[in-house]
Design a protein around this ligand. Sequence first.
Ligand code: NOJ
Length: 746
Amino acid sequence: MKSLKHLPVIIIMMLVSLACQMSDSSDKISGVEERVEQLLGEMTLDEKIGQMCQVSGGQGNEESIRQGMIGSILNEVDPENINRLQKIAVEESRLGIPIIVARDVIHGFKTVFPIPLGQAATWNPELVQKGSRIAASEAASTGVRWTFAPMIDISRDARWGRIAESLGEDPYLTSVLGAAMVTGFQGDSLNGETSIAACAKHFAGYGAAEGGRDYNTTSIPPRELRDIYLPPFKAAVDAGVRTFMSGFNEVDGVPATANKYLLTDVLRNEWQFDGFVVSDWASTWEMINHGFAADEKEAAHRAIKVGVDMEMATTTYRDNIAALLKEGALNIEDINQAVRNILRVKFELGLFDNPYIAEEKQNQFARPEYLEAANLAATQSMVLLKNEQKTLPINSSSKIALIGPMADQPYEQLGTWIFDGDTTLTVTPLQAFNKTFGQENVLFAEGMPISRTRHQKGFRKAIEQAKNSDVIVFCGGEESILSGEAHSRANIDLPGVQNELIKELKKTGKPLVLVVMAGRPLTIGEISEHADAVVYAWHPGTMGGAALADIVSGKANPSGKLPVTFPKVVGQIPIYYNHKNTGRPANPDSWTQMYDIPVKAPQTSLGNESHYIDAGFIPLYPFGYGLSYTSFEYSDLSLDKEVYARDETIEVRFTLSNTGEFAGEEVAQVYVRDLVGNVTRPVKELKAFERIDLQKGESKTVTLTIPVQELAFTNIDMKQVVEPGEFQLWVGGDSNAHLTTGFVVR
Ligand code: NOJ
């Protein structure tokens, strides 16, 4: 009898120790597993189901919260309201389980940082981490304790509107910066008062939407899924991310939200993730549209079975779990496991111990140091693509014609996902130029009221201003709403009559600086020929104008580098630097432009190589590219050894010299190619990088390291291995780096 009486305790202790073995992070906060199990033991089925439901907005949901039927709310940001709802959950529901309040805090809260793609162009993990820390601090001061970020979907298609939210095309850069965001959001300890749980999304492959059309089917070979799309998610797990979001897309016929391979085999079993997984908005329900579930019940069943713990927005869980249990399609352990994962994170966040936001902690927005960090992030994100005749920087005594639809648009320069961004904080280029160059030296005309304007009514004034100036700065691009979710474009030229206006302005004979604010690479190849200098500014956020004025005036030296390849024309997409070589690689010596092909030329006249006869094979700008006002030289490349064992680390040493006229920062990049594999390998892959600042005339010896294990890939047997053999390595300022050497792995 005695032993039977103690059975539940023994089971609990066994479960606790099992869970503890699986959970490094929860070990850090002592007692979490015990508290989870104890609470779980007291919960009714309805209360368990409640934890698995997330609803949008608190208004009207008070009674459901009181009944314990809601585990999470998204899209509430008023601290008083959040405290009010939390009070109902904590003080009026039977078990007092707090709700977790979520929000899309993607690139800032009130203080808006550059869009993630812009932040990626900084190649600066510390700064990216700081941006997320600041966003977390601002958001947490309202009671938001969970963000749906970082978005770490590899994006190789500029047509896809959500490329703006991504960190670009490269698995390594995305891994490093995504992990930095996780650390920034979550802080040193998840229960810190400025910490919010991060969410690695969208698991997985969402960025591979066919044709760049949002929500579209993907086609990702299993090996490519492993080597290109999954590494950033693994890096997020390693950085301690506490939640995941499943994607809208399907992967090889199976929606990500019911994908056992992704959510169970990889995420839970292989990576041992013990946080919780939320569906994307209605992505459970949408499995009916996918033709993967006949009805809501089947959709709920499929998602829960593979480990989607919480459902966002739709109610397939709430409406069907009880019946699924009754029928035996689910068992209570499926539900317990989901609830356990959710409660664990709530405990770790300290929500049970400190559920409310104290009044004095509320609304801690836009502190001077936050704005300063946003300014630095915007400065480092801007990429100088062209600078003929040293058009930039502009002399402080010059008269500047500041023209264009993005020159004075406090909202449009903030970018996608800025629900809470405060446009009254925005510093536009016009405001900043007036301050930097003096109002009397800035001749402003928008030329077009918005980026999509199709009439030319504003041209005359713009051209007049240009005629009276020494130099024209044209701020164009695309408005915030033209990128982001469901805003894919098939034509990615500058919209409206921007090209026409630029050409008219150039006819004045004045030097013209083209500044592009956009959520994606735009096809600016042809129009750039009418510009003497080009600055790619992305959507630079709150301090974008100030950063631009610093760059244009030379107070700051541009140092951003492209996190994506820029196509010349849409037809080149997908175009990315880490492609395969093919059996017939393109060759600059034999490539012939379409119009140069002789009439009735024989079939094989072009050498039968992999290129377009009109657009060639070279992008407009390669991955990693970006100029500076100074020049950098790389030399003396050496490795510490010629032959490495698989458990060793490669030390790459080289000299970087500032050979130009200004102090500046350079992002040095190391690329590696595995020359022969038992499956084909990319022509090169980024394996290390560092931002280095150098005074004019200064040289530094730089050492970057690459663990040989970083060279692993998914081999013919679907195993992650480093294959012995020869490798080539390059060092330089972009993915076309020329300084090269080789090494062997045995
Ligand atoms: C849908 C988006 O795909 C996702 O990224 C976002 O976090 C949710 N909506 C919530 O707004």
